[in-house]
Design a protein around this ligand. Sequence first.
Ligand code: EPU
Length: 421
Amino acid sequence: MDAIRIRGGKRLVGTVEVSGAKNAALPILSATLLSDGESLLRNVPALRDIDTMAAMLRFLGRECVVDAPRVVVHAGSQVNPEAPYELVKQMRASVLVLGPLLARFGRAKVSLPGGCAIGARPIDQHLKGLEAMGAKIRLVHGYVEAECARLKGAEICFDLPTVTGTENLMMAAALAKGRTTLVNAAREPEVEELGRVLNKMGARIDGAGTDVIHIEGRDELLPFDHAIIADRIEAGTFMVAAAATGGDVLVLHAPLENLEPVVVKLRMAGVQISREGDGVRVVAERRRLRSVNVTTAPHPGFPTDMQAQFMVLMCIAEGESVITETIFENRFMHVPELTRMGADISVRGNTAIVNGVGKLSGASVMATDLRASASLVIAGLVAEEDETELRRVYHLDRGYERIEKKLAGLGADVVRVKGPS
Ligand code: EPU
């Protein structure tokens, strides 16, 4: 397995380009199941999760050619509406094929994802919604088996906003008979992006990106050509890395409008952020930043996917910061690793109290999930002139395209060390 070695203490300076959004590309790849013909996705990031979704589409009977940043999906004549455990366990977002398969082919068998490192992550809201649309659902031998000759429109109120749950039901409703209304829907930009694509396919969707979405179902949908929006979490990660190293970085294509809560918290901490053309310039002076408190929340709140990275910044800021995680029950797995690098953090329930210590020291650390890995990379960049070795890099490769090359382009001393696979 590969490792990443970082010699810290370098100020990040220069320009870095943000890739397409993983969490937008995944549901859009799944949406190709809703039509026949050839769809073209552009600005797709080269990531392991994209390869996993492509493997899933091939398993289901689609031709899928990944040549990032382009992906072409061609509908074959056959479909095998079954998503096996081997693929779903690699990536929970595989559950996104459930809605399209059921809506298009009248049945679907999709493995239940099971728990994951950051929490239990049930899919009850996806299933309740599909049942309300007329699906018969059984849980058999770890699989969801769903059936319905034709889904029908329904009024559905989510008990809590769920991103992939909202996306699954939007895709199902796009081919259902009649009108569906989703209340308390997730408002993430990736949901809005899926709405844009479904509308390109001929669906009539109103309100994607707000908490009430109306979907007028159609009898058939068309293939599409679409360029994916930039990844707000990748952009946010580079912004925090720039701030943590006292750097001066232009983050090209950073979608500022989708990054408001991160921008506000960075500014409160003393980081200068300004729009510059198609990007965002982040400038931090070498003096210590101020501590700020952060509570994660569904969009437009502070994203849980930025919590770990922001915590590193607070580890070296002046004073005490309280970081509260409200989305996932087990998303502080980076804390023990940061503590090994000299951070002063105590966790009580879903709250972490971070006492800024000014500097961190390098160590051998282990990645546990995608965003935790990103936080450890930032910690490694901060650890002055010490070496950090990050193992289990496959977590990082799920969601960050060539991160070591992008950071090296900003002057960081980062290399990937190939290990036995
Ligand atoms: N939840 C339920 N029941 C459900 C669905 C969700 O109780 O049926 C709970 C979850 O357990 C969690 C909360 O609702 O406590 C929100 O989960 P959500 O369903 O919104 O998460 P998700 O759709 O599985 C997506 C992203 C995650 C991101 C979360 C929150 C994709 C592919 N994944 O997951 O991204 O953290 O939304 O914003 O869009 C990542 O990229 O690193 C990542 C984990």
